[in-house]
Design a protein around this ligand. Structure first.
Ligand code: GLO
Ligand code: MG
Length: 346
């Protein structure tokens, strides 16, 4: 097992959410960006991940020059705090232009908006000192199968990615698959889809993936297998660890909260592939429960990290020899119990 480097941690400003859901308003006060930056520092995190409009608020109302000026100011602040920007993701699901999709919108003019905004996100990433662009393709799919042409949508996705890859020859695109929500069916639901689409672009080596635990679970897959699959291709460039209790709305629970064994197996997969060796971060895409009080605002993050680190210890102290003997004997009954005993402790 290759030794993993020391893990480095990351979260985004949206991970300090205020508790709003479709049935009720916020339950915690909004915090400023500065507060969030300080919070990440206090937690000992190393990086922040950004949507383009986290980096430059109200981005659509600003000139390109103003956007870059504000990105430069942000870079200075990050440097001052000793934090780095892990990635920039164009937020292509909020603006009225993206109601019916961004890159796969049926309207050419609206597709152009999505591509232009993505190019601007790439310019922001350049200023913030990261080459990683994350594409969570929120509205690339259909509510109604007959409303879109799925074959054409693949072509449009490739066209958009090619435009980004050409805009800056240094950036890498990490596709974050998710099978549903907000769409009924998304066009890139799994890592296999993401890596297959990468092959159709003009620069396959610069198109990889980001795995989110909850998204893999929503696709009916084991996130550990998704990690191994992506890493077999050298294509796991970021990670959103969290948890999800079955096929429901996207829950973004603390890591390990719903299924400790599934979390353990993700950590084992990361360890055996030496995730982080290329500078990749452990990002937690988690949210406080709606019931969380303001004084416990950071617990979902610190708890996720604590669980992660304890599971790293569990992965490193796993009784490999005993497990191998049981595997050789095809005694999976006792192998199962060995795992449970190891997780429960003696
Ligand atoms: C939602 C996604 C979302 C992305 C973020 C970065 O389900 O997980 O939070 O990770 O927008 O692209
Ligand atoms: Mg995510």
């Amino acid at each position: 097992m290759a030794k993993a480097p020391k893990y480095r941690f990351c979260a985004g400003p949206w991970n300090f959410s205020e508790g709003r859901d479709p049935y009720g308003p916020e339950t915690r006060p909004a915090q400023t960006f500065d507060w969030k930056l300080q919070a990440l520092k206090e937690l000992g995190f190393d990086a922040m991940m950004f949507h383009d409009d986290d980096a430059v608020p109200e981005i659509d109302s600003k000139s390109p020059a103003q956007v870059l000026k504000e990105a430069k100011e942000l870079k200075k602040r990050l440097d001052g705090e000793g934090l780095v920007a892990e990635m920039v993701a164009p937020r292509l699901w909020f603006h009225p232009n993206t109601v019916d999709g961004a890159y796969t919108n049926n309207d050419k003019r609206l597709r152009r908006y999505a591509i232009d905004r993505s190019k601007q996100a790439i310019d922001i990433a350049g200023v913030l000192g990261t080459d990683l662009i994350v594409l969570w393709l929120a509205r690339e799919g259909s509510y109604l199968r007959e409303s879109k042409n799925a074959r054409r949508s693949v072509d449009l996705l490739v066209e958009a990615m090619d435009a980004m890859l050409t805009h800056n020859k240094k950036i890498r695109l990490a596709i974050e698959p998710k099978p549903n929500e907000p769409m009924d069916h998304a066009y890139i639901p799994t890592i296999g889809h993401a890596l297959a689409v990468a092959q159709l672009t003009t620069a396959p080596a610069r198109v990889g993936a980001l795995i989110e635990s909850a998204h893999a679970i929503l696709a009916g897959l084991d996130p550990a297998d998704e990690i191994d699959f992506a890493m077999a291709f050298g294509k796991l460039w970021s990670l959103h660890l969290n948890d999800q209790n079955g096929l429901k709305f996207d829950q973004d629970k603390p890591f390990g909260s719903a299924n400790l064994r599934v979390a353990f197996n993700q950590v084992r997969a990361l360890e055996r592939n030496a995730y982080g060796r290329g500078g990749e971060f452990i990002c937690f895409d988690v949210h406080p429960f709606r019931t969380t009080k303001p004084e416990h605002y950071l617990k979902h993050l610190s708890n996720s990290r604590d669980t992660f680190l304890r599971l790293v210890d569990k992965a490193r102290s796993y009784p490999e020899k005993a497990a191998q003997a049981l595997i050789a004997d095809r005694n999976y009954q006792d192998l199962d119990q060995l795992v449970l005993n190891h997780l429960m402790g003696s």
